[in-house]
Ligand binder design. Structure first.
Ligand code: PLP
Length: 352
């Protein structure tokens, strides 16, 4: 079992099924694929690969800051938001870090790699639908100097509303704890984002990714908005050239592609309704989701995942998420044909 979803290359090696014939429901990537506008820009600019990229991606940082309405100096781009998770832990050297369980595993790994940083888990329970109780989270922040909050949470799909997260930000400030809100999957509820709230909140960091909504996972680009207090410290620890030239150009193009953004929202909302009905029809329990994936509760989910894999369908076996076990899998929202194939195979396997 691998640490994350999306390893189509390993699955292809193991099953002999070519990568481009795999149906990947294990990473939650936009089923529309790379925007055509981005493919064109990559083709046109391939010759620029002979040059180094801008070392700290300043042009695209300025561009993103204008689009988002945040100060340019608060924005740092990374090779996916994953780079920024590791960078901020390395630069800020927190002593005790709070994080929910289950959640994205790289927060814990980044902390473990840093001498002197320990993690405290805030357990979420299936009985409560994996909801985060804000009062209990505030109490748990006491004694922590950093807390991660994945919003919407991966793998549960559960969103904490902006006004609730803002209450947590104020509590974090009182507790002297830096709250890192990872919004890798917030594009489907953009009005809930806190990107514009970093200015004026000294204890809030927001991370965003362009690799899921714009299907640029293999190209790698993400960004973070940091308060004045810490942005220089974080930038001082950053290696140059981590965001390649084509990723910078792709990002500048993708964020302007309104047609792609609108089509994505339509497709995902339509397919979510379709999948939810499909899950109900075949008697599979799912947790309500604010984003483009679902956590499913399914008996012997690990065996179901293994059987699907042999048929070229990858889903996320959730056993290695703290707090989850073999009865959970996570599936992305894909195109109608792909979703039909998933529902059919799930129906067959679960009816046995
Ligand atoms: C919650 C969350 N944050 C961040 C990331 C990393 O995204 P990126 O591709 O931008 O590094 C992922 C990837 O799966 C994720 O699930």
């Amino acid at each position: 079992m691998t640490g994350h979803g999306g390893n189509v290359f390993l699955a292809s090696d193991e099953t002999g099924i070519p990568v481009n014939e795999m149906l990947d429901f294990s990473a939650s990537i936009n089923p529309l694929g790379v925007p055509e506008s981005v493919s064109a820009v990559i083709r046109e600019n391939i010759g620029l690969l002979v040059h180094y990229p801008e070392p700290f991606a300043d042009s695209i940082s300025r561009d993103l800051s204008q689009q988002l309405g945040v100060p340019a100096q608060s924005l740092v781009c990374g090779n996916g938001s994953t780079e920024l998770i590791y960078l901020l832990v390395r630069a800020l050297r927190p002593r005790r870090v709070l994080m929910p369980g289950p959640t994205f595993s790289e927060y814990e790994r980044a902390c473990h790699l840093n001498d002197g940083t320990s993690c405290t888990r805030f357990d979420l329970s299936p009985q409560g639908g994996f909801a985060i109780d804000p009062g209990q989270f505030v109490a748990a922040m006491a004694g922590c100097d950093m807390a991660f909050l994945c919003n919407p949470n991966n793998p549960t799909g559960r969103l904490l509303e902006r006004k609730t997260v803002l209450d947590l930000v104020r509590a974090a400030e009182r507790a002297g704890c830096l709250l890192v809100v990872d919004e890798a999957f917030i594009d489907f509820t953009p009005d809930q984002s806190l990107v514009r709230d970093v200015e004026g909140n000294s204890h809030l960091i927001v991370l965003r990714s362009l690799t899921k909504f714009y299907a640029l996972s293999g190209l790698r680009i993400g960004y973070g908005i940091f308060p004045d207090r810490v942005v220089q410290q974080v930038s001082a620890h950053k290696e140059p050239w981590t965001v390649n030239t084509l990723a910078q150009m792709a990002a500048a193009t993708a964020i302007r592609d309104r047609g792609y953004q609108e089509r994505t929202m339509e497709v995902i909302f339509e397919e979510k309704e379709y999948l939810e009905q499909g899950f109900q029809d075949i008697g599979i329990a799912f947790f309500p989701s604010s984003t483009n994936y679902y956590l499913l509760r399914i008996s012997r989910g690990n065996e179901v995942a293994a059987s699907l894999r042999k048929r070229g369908i990858l889903v996320r076996d959730c056993r290695n998420f703290p707090g989850l076990d073999e009865s959970y899998i996570r599936v992305a929202v894909r195109s109608r044909n792909e979703n039909n194939r998933l529902l059919k195979e799930l129906g067959d396997l679960c009816a046995r």
